[in-house]
Ligand binder design. Structure first.
Ligand SMILES: Cc1cc2nc3c(=O)[nH]c(=O)nc-3n(C[C@H](O)[C@H](O)[C@H](O)COP(=O)(O)OP(=O)(O)OC[C@H]3O[C@@H](n4cnc5c(N)ncnc54)[C@H](O)[C@@H]3O)c2cc1C
Length: 232
């Protein structure tokens, strides 16, 4: 099931603005490039005067492996020299990439119920997993609880809501209105907590808070997988 990482050059095909500062970027996908939902790539840019964080970053492939003609990533274009360069790329620009990497993946042979807790941009692996479940018609029960600070920051809502059904449940939590994901919200929305496999991704503070929360509810350590997105 593992796909060894490879280095390749890809071209920017399309940019789409999702919120005030969040963009999805679509890149060409080499025919032989295979990955598992939840994996990420390293992107390396040519930057004239890079800041101390350097010329590469990791990005989850928010596209599903079933989307054969592109690799899509979603990011917030903030102040770093990397992000400024990324935001200014023209359509057709060539980018160096290496991947896939990562073990925070959807193992489709494991049919246990999934609960996915996402903080902000940490929703990207969940988008890949949900589109994959839909496209492959896999009956794995999957509940996404995606937390955003306010309505203006929400991404993917229409698309994910449109692929929801009895098995794939999508819940957005707007923390400025409803408060954070807490024990009450989890118990209200997740029927079989102790037999579910939890995936948690987002800013490091979100991931550690959610990990502590689900452990305090009684979820065993081996039923929790996490992925930190540093820099948020
Ligand atoms: C597995 C994985 C998947 C990711 N997926 C995505 C994704 O889908 N979308 C996305 O936007 N980002 C993703 N990231 C994060 C991404 O690689 C960048 O770090 C992030 O986008 C911030 O980049 P930046 O250039 O804006 O800020 P940066 O210049 O990277 O950093 C902003 C601030 O965070 C601090 N910081 C950065 N990295 C660290 C660190 N490792 N430890 C402590 N402090 C740090 C910096 O000092 C600075 O203050 C992922 C990271 C990982 C490891």
């Amino acid at each position: 099931m593992s796909n060894p990482p490879q280095s390749f050059i890809s071209r920017l095909i399309r940019k789409e603005q999702l919120t005030q500062d969040t963009y999805s970027l679509y890149f060409g996908r080499p025919q032989a490039f295979e990955f598992i939902p939840g994996q990420y790539i390293k992107m390396i840019l040519n930057i004239d005067n890079p800041d101390e964080r350097g010329t590469s970053r990791f990005f989850t492939i928010a596209a599903s492996p079933t989307e054969r003609d592109h690799l899509m990533i979603v990011t917030r274009i903030l102040q770093s020299s990397f992000k400024k360069t990324l935001g200014n790329l023209s359509i057709g620009a060539e980018i160096q990439m290496r991947g896939p990497h990562g073990a925070f993946v959807l193992d489709e042979k494991d049919i246990r119920k999934r609960v996915y807790l996402a903080g902000g941009i940490g929703i990207t692996p969940a988008r890949s997993m949900l589109v994959y479940l839909r496209d492959k018609n896999l009956p794995i029960p999957f509940t996404l609880m995606a937390s955003f600070s306010n309505k203006d920051e929400i991404i993917f809502q229409d698309e994910l809501t449109s692929l929801s059904n009895d098995a794939r449940r999508i819940i957005y939590v707007i923390t400025s209105e409803e408060g954070r994901i807490d024990e009450e919200k989890i118990k209200k929305n997740i029927p079989d907590i102790l037999n579910s496999l939890f995936n948690i991704s987002g800013p490091p503070g979100f991931v550690s808070a959610m990990e502590q929360l689900v452990k305090s509810i009684g979820v065993a350590e081996e039923n929790i997988k996490t992925e930190d997105f540093p820099g948020y």
